[in-house]
Write a protein that binds this ligand. Structure first.
Ligand SMILES: Nc1ncnc2c1ncn2[C@@H]1O[C@H](COP(=O)(O)OP(=O)(O)OP(=O)(O)O)[C@@H](O)[C@H]1O
Ligand SMILES: [Mg+2]
Length: 512
């Protein structure tokens, strides 16, 4: 193998903070090279340097032995470096096709041969086995599909080095398999891949080499098979992490929420709910298992007052809900960790402290006169407490949330929602993008919320997470509940079947 890219003593400072410190690494042609590290270790920063978004404070970059300066994203593209970012950068208001050709050199003239472009993209897509709908708006397609669009866009621009920053965080197992096939194919063509993921199983499966970053420094690079998951984890966090095992709660207690025959956009297979009845008890975790896009989003929105049911009723703490309004739901003790932290979770131009107290500015603890005068000092102190407790890696609570690493942004939402003293907690994909240490911590927090009597609805695309955490498991498929299972020794096969629509209900229908 020959060397494609070499970074030489690269450092990146923000103020006097080193996000990357003196990193030297090589990336070979036809290599899948993984970066592994805790939230905030400096992975995205290093990749943003290669993608031309940041300039290194020190150090040099060599492409095929020749020193290069990557001063802008378009220059990175010219050099054959493509990056799929941790938070996608597609333009929502445009179609898939428009996004792919956006900023394309070939399309630079006044007369763009759209038909030729289309054919080219379609050929590329079929070569890699991508199914994309070129004329759909970005908002109309699933996260998995958006990601294929990002990759396609990079390939279309001729990337020889493809950087994938946590591409699997929001994908289902099947989609991950598909992505890995594409990665293997790219590798066979001699392209180089830099892969970032917190999922150890994936990392061990796909990587030729793994570099571990810790607090901005590259601590070690290992080859395939050199280390197992435990060893890698220890190296990554600098301490040992024991196995976790949570006890289950199974006795019925009082209910915090009851849904009866609730329907919403019943006809829509992917964005609706059809005749949903369920009880959520105090002190239990209900896991909602299922492939993303089978009504999970709508269920969460309904339980938090964002949408109102078209049919059926919702009771919160034994009172029928008449007005569906997120603010009212918060006042009634509902907390929500949303699936899209950028859109619904955080105000990224605001500070960590302001985000942490965002929904509690009327509380006498943080303001006088019902939110008129904010008690800055009390807010800062509380925020510092939360930063400590949730291990949010930052320099100050006054820092913009935008400048936090992806995983640390997630911790800000979790701190705000879990600490709001809710009766009902609706969490979607709580550990998506978190490193193994942070994942453990967040799961421990959800368990202790349950033990305090909170009713928790856990929506997760991570089946292992559902199995590990849930006292009861409901399977959602095309907006319907396909089955209900105990979380104690759950029948894994049966649940997996139900997730594809072939569960208990399917069988009952056959009998009829
Ligand atoms: N624009 C910025 N201004 C200030 N600090 C920044 C900026 N971008 C990143 N940082 C800091 O640099 C550090 C590394 O962040 P980076 O996003 O590279 O982490 P990461 O390894 O990708 O983490 P994650 O797994 O959570 O995505 C963090 O402490 C982050 O707060
Ligand atoms: Mg990152």
């Amino acid at each position: 193998m020959s060397e494609l890219l070499r970074i030489d003593h690269i450092s990146k400072r923000f103020g006097d903070f080193y996000a990357n410190r003196d990193i030297s690494l090589t990336f070979e042609e036809g290599e899948i090279h993984t970066l592994l590290g805790e939230n905030g270790a400096g992975k995205s920063t290093l990749m943003n340097i290669l993608a031309g978004l940041y300039q290194p404070s020190e150090g040099k970059i060599f492409l095929r032995g020749k020193e290069v300066r990557i001063e802008s994203p378009s220059q990175a593209v010219n050099l054959g470096i493509g990056m799929v970012h941790q938070h996608f950068m597609l333009v929502d208001a445009m179609t898939v096709f428009e996004n792919i050709i956006l900023g394309d050199r070939k399309a630079g003239g006044i007369f763009i041969d759209r038909e030729a472009r289309r054919r080219e993209i379609e050929e590329l897509a079929s070569k890699y086995g991508f199914q994309v709908q070129l004329d759909r708006q970005i908002t109309e397609i699933s996260v998995g599909e958006q990601q294929r669009v990002e990759i396609l866009k990079a390939l279309y621009r001729g990337a020889g080095l493809l950087i994938l920053d946590e591409p699997t965080a929001a994908l289902t197992d099947i989609e991950v398999e598909g992505l890995f096939q594409v990665i293997e194919r790219l590798k066979k063509e001699g392209k180089s891949i830099i892969f970032i993921s917190h999922k150890m199983r994936e990392v061990l499966h796909i990587s030729d080499r793994i570099t571990i970053l810790r607090q901005g420094e590259a601590v070690r690079t290992v080859g395939r098979g050199e280390m197992d998951a435990q060893q890698l984890a220890n190296l990554m966090i600098g301490r040992e992490l024991s196995e976790s095992h949570y006890g289950k709660h199974t006795e019925n207690k009082k209910t915090v929420a009851v849904l009866e025959h609730v329907s919403y956009h019943k006809k829509s297979r992917h964005n609706g709910l059809s005749d949903i009845s369920m009880n959520i008890h105090a002190g239990e975790i209900i896991g909602i298992a299922g492939v993303d896009g089978n009504g999970q989003t709508q269920l969460a929105q309904l339980l938090t007052g964002v949408i109102r049911p078209e049919e059926g009723t919702l009771d919160l703490k034994e009172t029928r809900v008449a007005a569906f309004d997120p603010l009212l739901f918060i006042r009634k003790g509902t907390a929500h960790v949303p699936e899209d932290r950028n859109l619904q979770g955080l105000l990224s131009d605001m500070s960590i402290a302001d985000n942490i107290v965002l929904k509690r500015t009327e509380s006498p603890r943080f303001s006088a006169g019902n939110g008129l005068f904010l008690k800055k000092r009390a807010i800062s102190e509380y925020a510092r407490e939360m930063v400590e407790k949730y291990d949010i890696r930052c320099r100050s609570v006054d820092q913009d949330v935008r400048s936090l690493s992806g995983g640390n942004q997630q911790k800000v939402i979790l701190a705000r929602e879990l600490e709001s003293g809710p009766d009902l907690l609706v969490v979607a994909h709580p550990t998506r993008g978190l490193d193994i240490g942070a994942t453990r911590f967040v799961r421990d927090q959800m368990i202790s919320a349950r033990d305090r009597g909170v009713g928790v609805v856990l929506i997760s695309a991570d089946f292992d997470e559902i199995l590990e955490m849930s006292d009861r498991i409901l399977v959602l498929f095309e907006g319907k509940i396909m089955g209900e299972y105990s979380g104690v020794n759950p029948p894994i096969k049966e649940i997996s079947l139900a997730m594809t629509g072939k569960g208990e209900e399917g069988r009952q229908n056959e009998k009829k």
